[in-house]
Design a protein around this ligand. Structure first.
Ligand SMILES: [Zn+2]
Length: 126
């Protein structure tokens, strides 16, 4: 049975600060990306003046949508971690139900798995 108090109040506070910093950073990068998108559009318009522009433009759209998917995934992970952080289940590995090391959570506050399970998970996903 995992101990729900495996993280102290102070540790949760530290992780919470990391989360807020990460969130602010993601917001900043999203804003930068929005500014960058104007340049992509401008480049896209230039390409429309060239022949065979259709394929190129489709490729750009795919890259753009993949980027924004990644961004919203990051936001979702951070927001979910912020909701979870004060709950008993936070910091418990979803696979082996063992506590995730504080150092790992501090480095990656939205981690769902301990390092061992994450390694297995990543290996399976590829
Ligand atoms: Zn685990």
């Amino acid at each position: 049975m995992p101990n729900p108090n495996h993280l102290t109040k102070v540790q949760r506070g530290i992780i919470s600060n990391v989360l807020q910093t990460r969130y602010a950073e993601s917001e900043r990068q999203a804003a930068l990306r929005m500014a960058g998108q104007t340049q992509v559009e401008w480049a896209g318009e230039r390409m429309h003046n060239e022949p065979h522009e259709a394929n190129q433009s489709d490729g750009d759209m795919e890259v753009e949508s993949a980027l924004s998917d990644m961004q919203s995934e990051a936001f979702k992970g951070l927001t979910a971690a912020m909701d979870r952080i004060h709950g008993a289940a936070y910091g418990i590995c979803v696979d082996c139900k063992e506590p995730i090391a504080f150092e790992r959570l501090r480095a990656q506050p939205d981690a769902l798995r301990c390092l061992a399970c994450e390694t297995i998970f990543e290996a399976r996903r590829v």
